[in-house]
Design a protein around this ligand. Structure first.
Ligand code: GLP
Length: 239
């Protein structure tokens, strides 16, 4: 657990972990996340790419989750977010960027397909995570099986409310998602969770000091051999 002063320091520290990873292994398989927390980290990676400190041209990426029912061209889809926040600004081959298909005709088959793609890529070297106020990782809401794999998951009211800020009033907001499972996340060789702000303090306390329980999906990281939590003082305030 790395506790830093503020969100800017968290983003910089997190970006450096990814920069070192890419300098060590140019063809790394990265697990990526959405939400507001990783945005500054992505800006750090874009800057490092522009400064030629790192290249993405051999990198493969897998995103954690996607809204079910949104096409990748929808501005609230996570595919769109990733293009805007990272992929459009670095030298990555877009064909090597994978996000669960929110517009799949057969979502259940698509979940297995996603697992197969991760496996075919050789597994994830380093997985970036944010955390929901209720302790969710990806869209693994409380009560998610600790060994779960990529699947369709219903969102809780708390998560729908938290994410409503991104949708226009009256706009359709999905209640379902496709998310990597907790078991899928735990298979990554290294996991980096970022959390900032007081709103995350309860979730961080439950993750670090609470019991291993499906009631707090992030507590499953207690089982991982190489998991680092990079958090600011506000998110750490209840430890
Ligand atoms: C969404 C995503 C999560 C993310 C969470 C927190 O629910 N599915 O992966 O961690 O939001 O987002 P934020 O970083 O905006 O607080």
């Amino acid at each position: 657990i790395v506790i830093l002063k503020d969100s800017a320091s968290v983003a910089e520290y997190g970006a450096n972990i990814f920069i070192k990873q890419l300098q060590k292994k140019a063809d790394s398989v990265l697990g990526l996340a959405t939400g507001s927390t990783p945005v500054s980290l992505y800006q750090g990676l874009i800057a490092a790419n522009k400064a030629k400190q790192i290249s993405f041209n051999q990198v493969t990426t897998f995103n954690l989750d996607e809204y079910l029912g949104l096409e990748g061209t929808h501005p609230q889809s996570y595919r769109y977010f990733m293009n805007e926040q990272l992929f459009d600004h670095v030298d990555i081959d877009k064909a090597q960027t994978f996000v669960p298909p929110g517009d799949a005709e057969n979502p259940i088959a698509a979940c297995q397909g996603y697992e197969d793609q991760i496996k075919a890529a050789g597994g994830i070297d380093i997985q970036l995570l944010g955390i929901g106020r209720n302790g969710h990782i990806g869209f693994n809401e409380p009560s998610s099986g600790l060994m779960s794999r990529t699947r369709v998951k219903t969102l809780t009211k708390a998560t729908i409310d938290d994410n409503a800020r991104f949708f226009e009033a009256g706009e359709y907001q999905p209640h379902l998602s496709i998310t990597m499972g907790i078991g899928t996340i735990l298979d990554a060789k290294k996991v980096v969770l970022l959390a900032t702000g007081e709103a995350k303090a309860d979730a961080i306390k439950a993750t670090v000091e609470g019991a291993l329980t499906a009631a707090c999906p992030a507590s499953a990281l207690q089982l991982h051999q190489d998991a680092v939590l990079v958090i600011d003082e506000a998110a750490a305030s209840k430890l």
